[in-house]
Every structure is written in C-alpha cells, then in structure tokens.
Design a protein around this ligand. Structure first.
Ligand code: NAD
Length: 251
C-alpha cells in the first residue's frame, strides 16, 4: 500500500535536533523524502539522515543559515538540482533568549528576528516560486503558544517573531490559494527540547509542566500535527493555526 506522503519532497529547517528532528522522522515514516537543513549539522544531522535512509527514504543534508538570503538561495538551488521540486516546507528553525526589554540590545532583537522571522520569509519566498510552478505545495510554520498570548516573562523578541509568523501565515495563505499552495501554522506549547532547557532551566521547566493539563509535549506530537496538515487531511485547511499544547492555552 502506498504511504500517504510517498513521492513528496519535504524540507525541514533547523532539523538536526529537537522539534525539527521529530517532524523529519514523522514525515519520513509517512513516506516523504527529507531535506534536512541546519545551521550546525554536527553528528546529529548525520545520525538523523542514517535513520531516515534506513526507512527507505532519500535524504539530503544541507548546512545553511536560513537567516542569510545567499545561503537560502544556495540551498534551494541544491534542492532543485537534486529533486527538481519541493512539496512541503516546514519553517521550524528558531531560537530565543530569556531576556526582557530592559535586558535586550538592538543586536539581540535583530538576531532573533532574523533567525525566526526573516528565515520564514526567505524560505517561503523561494518555496512558493517553486510550488507556484508545480501548482502544489504545503507550507507549515512552527509558531508558538507565545505567538498567541505573549511570553510570560522575557522573550520579548521571540514573542514578536512568533506572532509575526501567524500574520505571515494568514497572508501567504491568501496569496497561495489560487496557486494550489496551502499555508498553515502549528503553535506548540512546551515541548521537551534543548532550546526549552537552555531558555528556562530544569527548575523552570518543572514549574511550567505542572500547569499543563497533559504535561510536557514531545517533538513527535508536533511531527504528527505537521504530517496531518501536509497530508490529505490538510487539503481544505489554509491560514489556520493548529494548537498542539496539551491544553496549556485553550481558545
Ligand atoms: N521547545 C519548545 O517548547 C517550543 C515551543 C514552541 C515553539 N517552538 C519552536 O519550535 C522550533 C524548534 O525549536 P526546538 O525547541 O526544537 O529548538 P532547538 O534549539 O532544540 O532546535 C532548533 C534547531 O534550529 C537550528 N537553527 C537555529 N538557527 C538556525 C538558522 N539560522 N539556520 C538553520 N538552522 C538554525 C539549531 O541549530 C537547532 O538544531 C523553534 O522555531 C521554536 O521557536 C519550540
């Protein structure tokens, strides 16, 4: 039996670890060939590629900083040369700093805006050109619960990027609709990754988890939500925000 995403090419940014890795594994499990992007691939990216190849899928590793226009353009040229198309783009690469407005410099602000939001603009622009030509595409932006309700403390730049992604998602959904491209966002709550422990510390994470009805989330849960939007289930969904937060924020 044909797998749901068989024959589809998916690019996941920031996929060497954490949520991106979880998304890559689920999309591969559902049949997609995977382009793994990360700024720092290290052994983690290589190990992920080996794991995905063992599932019988093709993979491509591209080390690139997605906040750089030149590096994004180079990455898309490599994808076009290798596969000739791109069906699914997941804008996942992102980072944060636990700083409030008094502690944040303009340099901090620009770094987080470029990493989280400019990257989404640059990759979506390249992808939509390819997808418009194909008359098919699925773009999924990894926003955050913070983009919906603001951060509880600090993370002023991060909150701005995650809300910004929601505005971009809805706008690109309207641009993409007549071209066969859907654009949606997934808003994770608190997911166990390196970024979470780096920005909140073990004690902070413990405190946060007690207030979530379903406790802490796993990268795989985000992967499953992305695969739904990328698969047949998502064929009439665009401009939406899918909350995957264990009941942390009920709208
Ligand atoms: N962990 C959470 O609780 C949580 C909650 C909501 C949203 N998110 C979002 O999910 C996404 C992934 O977060 P995570 O927790 O897995 O983080 P992580 O730090 O564990 O992984 C992020 C990956 O992105 C890569 N990356 C960073 N900047 C990059 C760049 N400029 N170009 C290419 N790659 C880059 C990193 O090298 C890393 O491998 C982020 O956008 C984050 O905002 C995370």
């Amino acid at each position: 039996m044909k797998l749901e995403l068989e024959g589809k090419i998916a690019l996941i940014t920031g996929a060497a670890r954490g949520i991106g890795k979880g998304i890559a594994l689920v999309l591969a499990e559902k049949g997609a060939d995977i382009v793994i992007n990360d700024k720092k691939m290290n052994f983690e990216g290589e190990a992920l590629a080996t794991q995905i190849k063992a599932m019988g899928r093709q993979t491509m590793l591209i080390e690139a900083d997605v906040s750089s226009e030149a590096e994004v353009k180079k990455m898309f040229t490599l994808i076009k040369n290798q596969f000739g198309r791109l069906d699914i783009l997941v804008n996942n690469a992102g980072t944060s700093q636990p700083k409030d407005i008094f502690e944040s410099s303009l340099e901090d602000w620009k770094y987080i805006i470029d990493t989280n939001l400019t990257s989404c603009f640059l990759c979506s622009k390249e992808a939509m050109e390819l997808m418009a030509h194909q008359r098919y595409g699925r773009i999924i932006n990894i926003s955050s619960v913070v983009g919906e309700r603001g951060a509880l403390f600090g993370h002023v730049h991060y909150a701005a990027t995650k809300s910004g992604m929601l505005g971009m998602t809805k706008t690109l959904a309207r641009t993409g609709a007549p071209l066969g491209i859907t654009v949606n966002a997934v808003a994770p709550g608190i997911i166990e990754t390196e970024l979470l422990f780096k920005t909140h510390g073990a004690e902070g994470v413990e405190k946060l988890s007690t207030s979530i009805p379903l406790g802490l989330g796993k990268p795989r849960s985000i992967g499953l939500a992305v695969s739904y939007l990328a698969g047949e289930g998502g064929n009439y969904i665009t401009g939406s925000v899918l909350d995957v937060n264990g009941g942390m924020n009920m709208r």
